[in-house]
Design a protein around this ligand. Sequence first.
Ligand SMILES: Nc1ncnc2c1ncn2[C@@H]1O[C@H](COP(=O)(O)OP(=O)(O)OP(=O)(O)O)[C@@H](O)[C@H]1O
Ligand SMILES: [Mg+2]
Length: 483
Amino acid sequence: MSKPDLNEKLPLTGNILIVDDKADNLRLLSRMLGQRGYEVRSAISGSAALMAVRALPPDLILLDINMPNMTGYEVCETLKASTQTDAIPIIFLSALSDTADKVKAFQIGGADYITKPFQVEEVLARVENQLTLRQMQLRLEQSNEQLMQEVQQRRQAQDILQRSEAALRQRTEELEAALEELRIAQMQLVQSEKMSSLGQLVAGVAHEINNPINFIHGNLRPARDYAEHLLSLIQIYQRDLPTTPELQTQMDSIDLEFVKQDLPQLLESMQVGIDRIMGIVRSLRTFSRLDEAEIKTVDLHEGIDSTLMILSNRIQQDDRSYGVAVFRHYGTLPPVECFPGQLNQVFMNILTNALDAIEDEQQQCLNEGRSPVAGEIHISTQITDGNQVQIRILDNGPGMSDRVQQRLFDPFFTTKPIGRGTGLGMSISYRIITERHHGTLTCQSTLGRGTEFVITIPLQQSCPQIPSLMGPRGDRCPDQDSA
Ligand SMILES: Nc1ncnc2c1ncn2[C@@H]1O[C@H](COP(=O)(O)OP(=O)(O)OP(=O)(O)O)[C@@H](O)[C@H]1O
Ligand SMILES: [Mg+2]
């Protein structure tokens, strides 16, 4: 908007109302102003003046003070009292030349004051002056209004901009959150697929081994009995029948005396071996219970042992002077209500992390020519508060800095090289313990000394319908995939 030029000469075709009770004065002034091109109207009294103003508000009023019935002052006060007419400039015309009268005229809102008898040029100059002021005032008001409108419009535009900016920001945040959720869901799926594949493999191996092992186990007892019978029979033959040279040669070649002593021991050690293999198969089956979606009441020690069994190739390697030894400090635990496959996943994550940390430190010692410290993992279990079971897993690895501890349970937080760690193990474990089992998972770690994870879960889960880790729709849970 262009700014109004307040000095610009305005067309003075003003509409002027002259108010005087003297007809002569009215005529004189009307002619004088008319000749100058003004539109002039006359009123012979105060009340006539008010009517004329209401009918058509003039641009200027020349107002006599001394009039009968209603003085010029009264007319002025009436006009100034109304917002419709208060802006019309009033020039008082009066024979009163007392200062007090002039002061009063200005006090009640008069714009100017001309003393009678007046000079024509003076009246014209003052009229022109007031009209110019009036026009400038109108123009200022107009431009003010335009400015106000513009400010208002700008404010509205700014408001709209701010609102759309906020909406955009919110939408971006929502999209980012959705993307992050998707990323987590994807990685959880990957982890669950990994666990699921491991579970399937383990379950498959356990199943395949189980049949032949059962077959051997079932036949071993009779085999031992048969061997015993045969040995007794040989004993009788040796005692009661003469030994021929051929028999003697045969007995010498097979070292019969040694076979008689060794065979029962050999069968006994086969029995021990079979029992161990059966134990391993049982552990494999326990570990692979990933398909158990419902709550089960189980022996937690079996779950821990089965997980250790899966990790046994990383525990206490005989061909090294160092290695990692696991110490079990099991308390007496009643059966615990839980999702067994998922708890095994938590044990697996914590134990794998402990093994990784210890092995990395040992490797670093070797690289630097120092002898590595023997690794130790201590697993303790106990009942606390009568209805909670606590599992503590302590390692003597390198420990974690405060910075790592603060982010330990964040999804995707890892200090391991790309390809070795996804950074999901602890975040998933945290959710399994807190959301699935209504328990707590805490970590205490000191740099250079080691780390302890403490799992606490209730012995019984009060609400069996526990929300899926994948979301409210009850989609496939990453931890419930069948093995
Ligand atoms: N016992 C521990 N000792 C030292 N650091 C540990 C231990 N447990 C966890 N951490 C640290 O916490 C980080 C996060 O562990 P988390 O199990 O969540 O992910 P990750 O092991 O790196 O990857 P993955 O998803 O394969 O488990 C690890 O990278 C490691 O730095
Ligand atoms: Mg891990």
